[in-house]
Design a protein around this ligand. Structure first.
Ligand code: GLC
Length: 739
């Protein structure tokens, strides 16, 4: 029944014009109803393949389905649209494959802590293969929202606060999902979301309003999406949020001027879940017809679930309110992705022809990712790595020590909890009869410490206490924001009780956000931050604690001392009154009747100062690294010249380790004020004990450019400082001039 011959992926790659001809020919044959059908996505969660649905598919009323994962059902749906409809246009089958499909990897915030793009690509390619084997051909990932507010539950899905790190890892994830050719068996279409500025919701409350000045939007929030478009992301999803008074789902500035005109994006723009009809709830429109008009005019190609398009677009076109050219462009964007996926050649899935992943191989990769995602935040008295042979009895405590579901984190729709290996399982294998385990608290939110009395008796002959605490999976992710980001329940009280025993305490935190741990760090000797590490949490944590692996994770977000400091991030502006430790007087040191101007007239909080608990980029190792011999080879830089930098990195400790070498710059003067530091490069470097290596960076001219007062992207002559080190407080620095 196909009205036009399918295009092979080779033909598409060899001759893109062929693709456009194919798409435009097909659009030219479509009725208005068939076009609107392509712009409509069906919620497949409780799908009944009845005569009504069959008729909808046969008459081209549906272009995509979401949240249906039964392969047989999906293959039948594809068969109907391809063989029984007039034009045989296959379906896009969408699913949230956010950090793994059946085999759950560390949450994206944890993957960000690896600072390892290659690993992120490999994880995404494995996830794509598992999903594709299930008939999925479109994932709503990567989430590349910049987030500076850990109260926001969706920080868990993000790569953190930095535009460069997020851009790099978002592109890496897209490459993993799509490979170099989306029609490859096992590849799926990616979707960069949520366009744009969603991470700036007021008070970190999900779905709340965002107000972001254009210059901040361009220099911070749009950056990772631009990088995604340059990485050939197949699709973009709009945000639920109101952006400067115009909700993102109907915002022509971001969807037409920036995405299409400035960036020449030729992919598919999909709304978020029912966010077209929500325009009426926002108060932008008076009814669904107006919402459909606003959204399609702004540039939404496909309505995710909801029926504003299917019920209103035809009449809007017939009444001359919406030009059918807009519809044709939207449909072309959708068909283009279907063609690039190779769906016109074959829409059905036969798992037997897909490359297979041995589950052991996948679990090994998940374990390596979990190991690299863990950040060592404190290691007093070199408590870690454990001298296992000296331990007669080890206590493993805490509500997250044996919580297979919780360790997987948020967005685990198709995750197989049965694959999860918990710390208890790994520690039992490690310590056998020497291990004593008790959760003490039933959940991370539990306030019932009645078990503690008995537990403390059992601890009498323990040499070491390992306690696994943090947040259950449900406490982060969509619609799960928190006003207080401390440890929930009675977990802090548990640490206080354990501290009194005078035994070494190793604390492992699993959470979907950076928690405020200012009082807790004094209660533990070693602190490992594991985010939600996925199925291999247990083996990864055990390997790290006993020294089979060395921590290498670095923070992708700032850890605040107090929730009241938020937003607090490393790449902040200097302000006209930057604080310094010497100048400020903190609340406990204020003399009675202190004179009005005696406390330091600068940008700080009387009760918490201005510094974070742990800075962006921070992470310890079991060894020590030393930076020296920073050389800026061309300190008088011409405009189109790349900056060449090198530094000597030495492993001055007693064990091998991996250091994430970070390179930051500061542009001291600009037509708009510039951040005090900006990450411009990083490299994971593995060194044996005693080994040294010269690490080099090339900073391209484009990386010195920014959106200035005229909102144009260009660099400006002037003086810069460059730092290289192991976190955003790096001290080793040099200066250069851009001529
Ligand atoms: C949700 C999320 C979005 C997700 C979509 C489909 O509401 O905002 O990230 O991809 O709906 O589940």
């Amino acid at each position: 029944m196909n009205a036009t011959p399918p295009l092979s992926s080779a033909e598409i790659k060899k001759c893109p014009e062929q693709l456009e001809k194919f798409v435009l020919d097909l659009v030219s044959q479509m009725t208005l109803d068939e076009k609107i059908g392509q712009m409509t996505q069906l919620n497949g969660e409780s799908l009944v393949l009845d005569s009504c649905l069959r008729e909808q598919l046969r008459t081209g009323k549906i272009g995509s389905i979401i949240n249906q994962v039964d392969l047989n059902v999906l293959n039948e749906l594809q068969r109907i649209v391809v063989e029984e409809s007039r034009l045989g246009i296959p379906l896009l089958v969408g699913r949230d494959v956010i950090h793994g499909f059946n085999t759950i990897h560390p949450i994206p915030l944890g993957q960000a802590a690896t600072w390892n793009p290659g690993l992120v690509t490999e994880l995404a390619s494995f996830a794509a293969l598992e999903a594709a084997s299930n008939g999925i051909n479109w994932t709503f990932s990567p989430m590349v929202d910049i987030c500076r507010d850990p109260r926001w539950g969706r920080i868990a899905e993000s790569f953190g606060e930095d535009p460069y790190l997020t851009s790099t890892l978002g592109a890496a994830m897209i490459s993993g999902y799509q490979s170099h050719d989306m029609s490859n068996l096992g590849s799926i279409a990616a979707c960069a979301k949520h366009f744009v500025g969603y991470g700036a919701v007021e008070s970190g409350r999900d779905y709340a309003t965002t107000n972001i000045p254009e210059n901040e939007l361009r220099n911070i929030y749009l950056t990772p999406f631009h990088a995604s478009v340059k990485a050939n992301v197949a699709s973009i999803m709009t945000s639920f949020s109101d952006l400067n008074g115009v909700p993102a789902t109907a915002n022509p500035f971001i969807l037409r001027q920036v995405l299409r005109d400035e960036w020449q994006f030729s992919g598919l723009v999909v709304s978020d879940w029912d966010s077209v009809r929500q325009l009426e709830i926002h108060g932008l429109t008076a009814n669904a017809k107006e919402s459909a008009c606003e959204a399609v005019s702004a540039g939404i190609d496909m309505e995710m679930v909801g029926d504003a398009y299917s019920k209103n677009l035809a009449s809007l076109v017939h009444n001359g309110v919406v030009d059918e050219i807009l519809i044709d462009k939207a449909v072309a964007n959708i068909l283009r992705i279907k063609a690039k996926l190779g769906l016109f050649n074959n829409a059905k899935t036969d798992p037997k022809v897909l490359p297979s992943i041995a589950i052991d191989e996948h679990l090994q990769l998940a374990k390596e990712a979990a190991i690299q995602s863990v950040v060592l935040l404190q290691n007093n008295h070199e408590t870690l790595p454990l001298a296992v042979e000296t331990l007669n009895r080890v206590a493993l405590l805490g509500p997250l020590a044996n919580a297979p579901h919780e360790q997987l984190g948020t967005w685990i729709f198709d995750g197989k909890v049965s694959l999860a290996q918990t710390p208890l399982q790994a520690f039992s294998a490690e310590f056998g009869e020497r291990l004593y385990f008790h959760p003490v608290l039933k959940t991370s939110r539990s306030k019932d410490l009645t078990a503690l009395t008995e537990v403390i008796k059992e601890l009498a002959d323990c040499d070491l206490i390992v306690v696994c605490i943090g947040e259950e999976s449900i406490l982060s992710g969509e619609a799960h924001s928190r006003a207080d980001i401390g440890l929930p329940g009675a977990q802090t009280q548990l640490l206080e009780a354990l501290r009194k025993l005078g035994k070494p305490v190793v604390c492992v935190v699993m959470a979907g956000r950076p928690l405020t741990l200012t009082s807790e760090i004094a209660l533990v000797d070693a602190l490992l931050y594991a985010w939600h590490p996925g199925v291999m949490a247990g083996p990864a944590i055990a390997d790290l604690l006993v020294g089979r692996a060395v921590p290498s994770g670095k923070l992708p977000v700032t850890f605040v001392r107090h929730v009241g400091q938020i937003p607090l991030y490393y790449n902040q502006k200097n302000t006209g009154k930057p604080p310094s430790d010497e100048e400020i007087v903190l609340i406990d040191d204020i003399e009675e009747r202190a004179p009005q101007t005696s406390l330091g007239m600068t940008a700080f909080h009387l009760d918490e100062g201005f510094r974070p608990l742990f800075p962006f980029g921070f992470g310890l190792s079991y060894t020590r690294f030393h930076y020296s011999e920073l050389i800026i080879e061309n300190p008088n830089l011409e405009v189109n010249e790349s900056l060449r930098v090198s530094v000597k990195l030495s492993n001055t400790g007693s064990s091998a380790g991996v250091e994430v070498v970070q390179c930051y710059i500061r542009d001291h003067v600009g037509s708009v004020t510039r951040p005090v530091r900006e990450l411009k490069g990083f490299q994971r470097v593995s060194l044996a004990a005693g080994e040294s290596r010269i690490v080099s960076f090339i900073i391209s001219p484009d990386q010195l450019a920014f959106y200035g007062r005229d909102q144009r992207y260009k660099s400006e002559p002037g003086s810069f400082t460059l730092w290289v080190g192991g976190d955003s407080n790096a001290s080793l620095n040099g200066n250069f001039i851009l001529c």
